[in-house]
Design a binder for this molecule. Sequence first.
Ligand code: HPA
Length: 267
Amino acid sequence: MMKATEAVAKRLGKLKPRVAIVLGSGLGFLADEVADPIRIPYRTIPGFPEPGVAGHKGELVAGKLEGVPVVVQAGRFHLYEGHPAAVAGLPARVFAELGVEVLIVTNAAGGVRRTFPGGTLMLIADHINLMWRNPLIGQPEPGEERFPIMHAPYDQELRTLAREVARDSRIPMEEGVYVALLGPSYETPSEVRMLERLGADAVGMSTVPEVLVARSRGLRCLGFSIITNPGAGITGEALSHEEVLAVSEQVARKVAVVVKGVLQRIK
Ligand code: HPA
């Protein structure tokens, strides 16, 4: 067992989280909805760096959400902060060692599909890794596959549940392909056109490392992108990080409803 897992397991005591939820920007409030929370700051977990982006916290919050034992990751490690992919994937490795079965990932993203305005909620159907990095490079950790199969990275059954919850809650939800770039610069208009031709519907700078680790350990994944803005060049308007944060906070409420509905149904 990794040192990080030992430190987290010690804090959890008898709690055995079944689901891990990675919070993207705007979703921080979900950590406060965890019942009987055990808060584990990153500085107390070996190998976890302090988070660097404003608006991103740095702690794991374990407890119950909708009656399901969960661990919530409030604050993620981005490659654009200079972290190796293995560090971005470290929390997912810890979750796997703790016995977590399902990884739910959320993020903010730019819209590549032309019919995705800012404010769109997108269920991730598949991803394209254009980070040119992979957290699984090197010796496989115990329990990891050398060549993980990626034919169904986002679990079909969980996606069906998510669609049902969204429909029942009257939350409009699109579905599409997330492409991950290194960042931190946003894309140029030509890059967005290129991504469109490559088959992407949304573009962001996270999520893929976590999902690669999770799949190599057999965790089932479910992902949501909050489209905060149309990709560069689509409307001709310039975007700002402030706009990204404001829109993600609005749509995050809907994501939380869908995530909690899914938790109720996977009990
Ligand atoms: N591009 C990449 N990442 C993003 C964007 C974008 O337009 N918006 C929010 N995250």
